[in-house]
Design a protein around this ligand. Structure first.
Ligand SMILES: Nc1nc2c(ncn2[C@@H]2O[C@H](COP(=O)(O)OP(=O)(O)O)[C@@H](O)[C@H]2O)c(=O)[nH]1
Ligand SMILES: [Mg+2]
Length: 488
């Protein structure tokens, strides 16, 4: 995502880290560079102009701090301004006080409306909400079918009718949702190749008939400034409440992401990052700014990992690792978890400092599949006690998985390395000294772990552990105070 932009910014910051202070000259030079980077990213011209003016004003007004290099100062200013440009705060979906919540999806043909309807439905479903998808694209003969198939694959009801106009279908669907107790209705309307008056009137009619709580414009990020221009046109005809930006996975420039909010004044609520139903994320301006600047999106990464790895499982796995009973079966499970988080390259670009360095780096996803095949060719006993894998066993495993014996060795080395790494993480206290494999779980720690589990605290998350301990401290002090009172 946004590779060139990220690289541009990183060069800029590197160059400036040599200067000792921000000055009128180097600010001017920096702004020239930023302008180039933004132009290259296909950001709207007016947006660039306003953005640069703000950055300049802030940079000039900045007090010169000893010991802070201008590169860092600029990162901070630009990061703040980028965040503001993209809307500042994340804006969640509206939920009606009285169900059903009605969500209307509009946008050009091929922007990703139907796909996004499915993605939203899948998200809402996770929150145990009852969703009704409505096929209101009656332009393309296959459109109704597409939604029906999507709905069936997700287990979501789809409302479709023949021989009625889209506004009628939608109005009846909302009625039905009210009657049958659905709490969210998502209207998948017809797209258009260009902004076209007749179809625009149709969607406006749908909006009038259904008074939606959300009117979301679905925009294809890959179309850059065209997306921004069509958004302006939709905004004039529809009471838009927000934008969903799709295909960010294929958008190397980022111009739409940076311009849309400024041009329409409407918040970007979600981004689509792939074709599958789970490739959708709430849009967080600050995280996106940090991602663009190559600062990584650690929070996003953690959240994504948490979605895939459920907390209980993670806890159980951690306990195993520290008690030395982590096996190749567990390793296999871990490989599958990482794989299900999405393309490796995506995940790695969320790590700080990795953004600009990924180009040309070929992450070998096949490696995972190979490891998987090898573990699956092992016997249950070998998976638990890999030490018994001798020459002939190694031969057999290699044959069974279509690999070479050296590759089996490499896998085993990796596995041992991972185990060792986990052990040293524990030694460094990264896990709050929870467990001590030498003595097994100590009683007191065991009790603490049990309390954490009871309270739903993740023992692998240092922040949660700190909060948990602070809570215990407070409790303890309160109890001590009470005891003292009672004694007196
Ligand atoms: N890579 C990628 N493809 C997407 C995304 N969203 C939608 N698509 C693809 O875009 C194409 C058009 O999507 P569709 O939902 O039918 O668009 P509609 O005409 O607006 O309903 C399909 O091939 C989708 O798989 C996304 O976030 N990333
Ligand atoms: Mg469609």
């Amino acid at each position: 995502m946004f590779d060139s932009l990220t690289k541009g910014f990183q060069n800029l910051f590197r160059r400036f880290s040599g200067d000792s202070k921000l000055s009128a000259e180097n600010i001017q030079e920096a702004l020239r560079e930023v302008r180039m980077a933004l132009l290259e990213a296909d950001v709207n011209l007016q947006v660039i102009r306003d953005f640069l003016a703000k950055v300049k004003e802030k940079a000039l007004g900045q007090e010169v701090l000893e010991g802070v290099n201008p590169g860092q100062m600029l990162v901070k200013i630009i990061s703040d301004e980028l965040t503001a440009l993209m809307g500042g705060e994340a804006v969640p979906l509206v939920r009606a006080d009285k169900p059903p919540t009605v969500i209307l999806m509009a946008g050009l043909q091929g922007a990703g409306k139907t796909t996004t309807c499915g993605k939203l439905a899948a998200r809402l479903l996770k929150d145990k909400r009852r969703v009704l998808l409505v096929a209101a694209d009656l332009q393309r003969p296959a459109a109704v079918e597409q939604l029906k198939v999507l709905g069936a694959s997700l287990g979501v009801s789809v409302h479709a009718e023949q021989g009625a106009s889209p506004p009628e279908v939608c109005a009846r669907a909302v009625e039905r949702a009210r009657r049958e107790g659905f709490d969210t209705v998502i209207l998948d309307t017809a797209g258009r190749l260009h902004v076209d008056d007749a179809l625009m009137t149709e969607v406006a009619d749908v909006a009038r008939r259904t008074t939606p709580h959300e009117v979301l414009l679905v925009c294809d990020a890959m179309t850059g400034q065209d997306a921004v221009n069509s958004a302006r046109a939709f905004d004039q005809r529809l009471p838009l409440t927000g934008v969903i930006l799709t295909k960010l996975d294929g958008d190397a420039r980022g111009g739409a992401a940076m311009s849309l909010r400024a041009v329409t004044g409407k918040p970007i609520k979600f981004i689509g990052t792939g074709e599958k139903s789970d490739r959708i994320e709430p849009f967080h301006p600050q995280r996106m700014a940090e991602r663009i600047l190559g600062m990584g999106d650690v929070v996003g990464l953690v959240e994504r990992a948490q979605e895939v790895i459920n907390a209980d499982e993670a806890k159980a796995q951690a306990e195993k690792m520290f008690l030395g009973s982590f096996t190749l079966d567990d390793f296999l499970g871990m490989i599958d978890k990482v794989r299900s988080m999405g393309p490796l390259k995506d995940i790695m670009s969320m790590l700080p400092g990795m953004g600009g360095q990924l180009e040309g780096l070929d992450v070998d996803e096949k490696e995972f599949d190979r490891s998987r095949a090898m573990i699956q060719s092992m016997t249950a006993k070998e998976r638990v006690t890999p030490e018994i894998i001798n020459g002939s066993r190694r031969e057999r495993i290699a044959r069974g998985s279509g690999t070479k014996p050296e590759q089996v060795d490499e896998l085993l080395r990796n596995f041992r390395g991972l185990k060792k790494q986990m052990q040293s993480m524990r030694k460094m206290g990264m896990l709050g000294g929870l467990m001590d494999p030498a003595k097994g779980l100590r009683k007191e720690k065991q009790r603490e772990l049990e309390r954490m589990q009871a309270m739903g605290v993740n023992p692998l998350d240092p922040q949660q552990v700190r909060a948990f301990r602070a809570h215990l401290d407070r409790e303890e002090r309160a109890k001590a105070r009470k005891d003292r009172k009672r004694k007196r």
